[in-house]
Design a protein around this ligand. Sequence first.
Ligand code: G4P
Length: 283
Amino acid sequence: MNLQWFPGHMAKTRRMITENMKLVDAVVELLDARLPLSSRNPEIDRIVGSKPRVLVLNKADMADHNATEVWKNWFNEKGYAVIAVDSQSGRGFSALEPAIRRVMKEKLERERARGIQRSSIRLMVVGIPNVGKSSFINRLAGRGAARTGDRPGITTAKQWIRIAGKYELLDTPGILWPKFEDPEVAKRIAFTGGIRDEIMDLEELSCELLGFLSAHYADMLKARYKLEDGQLKESSYDLLMQIGKKRGCIVSGGNIDTLRAASLVLDDFRSVRIGTITLEMPE
Ligand code: G4P
């Protein structure tokens, strides 16, 4: 997570994305399925405007499957086209083309009525850092895709990835800023590793995560760390100490190394070793 977003950077990014958007037919807005709203740019609706758009809940393999279904319905009810994918395995990608055709239906029909046979749809991907934009582009491009330079007569220095018979994808995704001034948003992004650990208080962060997990995913937490019911009722810091003790995070003198325990818990969460977890639900 790049925290260096200043008003000047934001204005520049906004301008760049707006310019690029003129070149494409549709926008793919990538969100993290574990935190769909917190991984959203606060100005995205204004930036995308009326351009056809598909929302993609990426990293669906790491999220709670039932929660992802709830989120998909929630976004659908708000009028968005939304799909869930895993950019590492390619799961869910077959739903992309129908979704894009759906949001572009009117335009495609208008073109057909005028006898225009289009060979591909131009797309650009946008999303906050670490949401999986590069992975998504690489997965979509696959092995058969060709990176093309500009066509003669077009003066912008854009690179396109041609995906035979389907899309032309703008090579560079639009990198948006998150709603980082909201501490809850920042915390959830930090849980996922989206903010550099070096600048975080890891013990506090892992205690917050343990508090969330004992409230919402108690069984997974118990199973992972072989905890008793009673232990979940303890304070998050006591829970961290228990986990540290069980996992042998001990410093000389027999004290518990809570920093090591904190890193272990965060690492387990980020590697999906605790389970598939979603950090927020629709209000
Ligand atoms: P960005 O361009 O939006 O900044 O994100 P990027 O594709 O670099 O992805 C960020 C991290 O998330 C990468 O992990 C990537 O492998 C992982 N990732 C992206 N999409 C998915 C997905 O659908 N499922 C899962 N499980 N992981 C995903 P990394 O640890 O930073 O790098 P590496 O492990 O790939 O080396």
